[in-house]
Design a protein around this ligand. Structure first.
Ligand code: FAD
Length: 443
């Protein structure tokens, strides 16, 4: 059994490979936190597999007369942002890891910081093109419903409805044509082109508020999350970085005075209104703990911390033990209580993420001998999430690492639908055959 590596430099090379129907795991920038890239050879050992690198595919960008962005090939979020800014436009989705590719973002149903204001990527994708199992191009449109839906798919759509308020559900949405490729993690085809909506590049200001550590006193956190919901029209993003996370930055770069910090990006035109109507009305916040900061400083801090956390876990030789849970705002206090209990286990931890959307990443930083305990605690957490009807993996997807936790969120019908989709779109089992859609129902 062997692991073959292939880098595709043209679409024709990729089409030729697809026609061989060889089982392949295709990847782009390899920033997924749910694929163990540093141990991938171990994972695929004993299997005939190709690792297909899509990050060198020829790329291009174009702005349509209706101000939509068409990206082809290996374009990252950063490339798109730079291109659009040169045209006084901007992207509406902004994952913290800007080196990830947009095509992979669709495959993982990526979201991110700007989701607070603009909603999820799924709603911004107008159309996309993918290569199917024979290497043929197929175009999908967001405004066309999936046709010939089986009774199983109809039931699946009903099951999805309870998760409508979340960025992503425990299974991909299957309503319109583009849904076939969004969040299905490359298990049904390879995305090569996407048309997405853009926005004006309006000026913004950044400020942050310092507040007590959430483990000790979360009154201020709860006040902010409840009150900020009414300001989604003014606020583009609302992110938390806790005091523990700041320890991964050099001391000189930490603006937090050993406290937690919540960051806001606000439309400049609404800044004064936001200050008067929101900031000055916060009961649990000391007004001396409100600061402005430059956009670049915010983005550096926000991106450095998850990268450093990720690297630290790799250095310790442990696979990341982090969460990606989103709950409703009314359930946020319950989620914080669960995380507060995690802090009593004697394992290092930190908390950061998309606070305004009640979507945080709690990370255990275990020593190798604490990994099993983390795993047990995460199982308990997903049991709670299931009872809350909340979203266990709101943006990073299932990949390989989260597969053990997901079947509890599915029913027999979910497995049936995945099988139908795989049979129809992947008859030779060539697309990521170890992905979540190929899991067996052991219930
Ligand atoms: C520091 C850090 C911060 C992050 N912040 C966010 C965030 O804010 N929001 C968020 O959503 N994610 C975030 N992520 C996770 C990650 O960046 C996203 O999941 C991203 O979409 C992965 O893109 P990639 O190019 O690295 O894809 P890869 O890791 O290369 O691939 C990810 C998956 O997509 C599939 N895939 C890749 N390319 C294609 C294609 N062309 N067609 C079909 N399938 C494909 C692969 O098979 C794989 O299953 C973060 C990760 C890190 C390390």
């Amino acid at each position: 059994m062997s692991l073959i590596k292939k880098t595709f430099k043209t679409i024709d090379e990729l089409k030729k490979h697809l026609k061989t129907h060889a089982p392949t795991f295709y990847y782009s920038s390899q920033t997924s936190t749910v694929i163990p890239y540093d141990k991938i050879a171990d994972f695929f050992k004993n299997k005939e597999m190709t690792l297909g690198d899509l990050s060198q595919l020829p790329c291009s960008m174009e702005l349509t007369p209706t101000q939509n962005l068409i990206v082809k090939g290996a374009i990252s979020w950063k490339d798109a942002k730079d291109f659009l800014r040169s045209k006084k436009r901007n992207i509406m989705t902004s994952p913290t890891e800007e080196l990830a590719l947009i095509s992979a973002g669709a495959a993982t149903s990526a979201t991110g910081e700007r989701c607070f204001h603009f909603g999820n990527l799924r709603s911004q994708i107008i159309s996309l093109t993918y290569l199917n199992f024979d290497g043929n191009e197929v175009k999908l449109n967001q405004d066309i419903a999936l046709k010939n839906t089986s009774n199983e798919v109809k039931k699946y759509q009903k099951d999805y409805a309870q998760y409508d308020i979340f960025k992503n559900a425990p299974f991909p949405r299957l309503e319109t044509q583009t849904d076939l490729m969004i969040g299905t993690e490359g298990q049904l085809g390879i995305i090569t082109e996407i048309e997405i909506k853009t926005t004006d590049d309006f000026p913004v200001n950044h400020l942050f508020i310092l507040l007590p550590k959430w483990e000790v006193d979360s009154k201020a956190h709860l006040e902010i999350i409840n009150k900020v919901q009414k300001f989604r029209n003014m606020v583009i993003l609302c992110e938390l970085i806790d005091a523990n996370s700041f320890e991964y930055l050099p001391k000189a770069d930490r603006p937090n005075k050993e406290m937690d910090a919540i960051f806001f990006e606000i439309k400049t035109q609404s800044f004064n209104d936001f200050y008067e109507q929101f900031v000055l009305n916060l009961e649990y916040i000391d007004q001396d703990h409100v600061f402005e900061l430059a956009a670049t400083k915010f983005h550096n801090i926000r991106a450095s911390i998850p990268r450093a956390v990720f690297e630290k876990n790799s250095q310790m030789g442990v696979v990341k033990k982090g969460t990606d849970v989103q709950v409703s705002v009314s359930q946020f206090e319950t989620l914080l209580k669960i995380y507060q209990n995690f802090t009593k286990l004697g394992i290092k931890y930190n908390l950061f993420g998309h606070f305004g959307d009640a979507h945080l990443h709690f990370n255990f930083m275990p020593l190798p001998n604490q990994v099993e305990l983390c795993h047990e605690q995460l199982e308990l957490l997903y049991g709670h999430v299931l009872k809350l009807n909340a979203s266990p993996f709101a943006e990073h997807g299932i990949g390989i690492i989260k597969q053990k936790y997901i079947p509890a969120f599915w029913n027999q019908n979910t497995f049936k639908v995945f099988k139908q989709l795989k049979d129809e779109h992947d008859p030779y089992k060539q697309f990521f055959p170890q992905g979540f859609m190929s899991l067996e129902d052991h219930s």
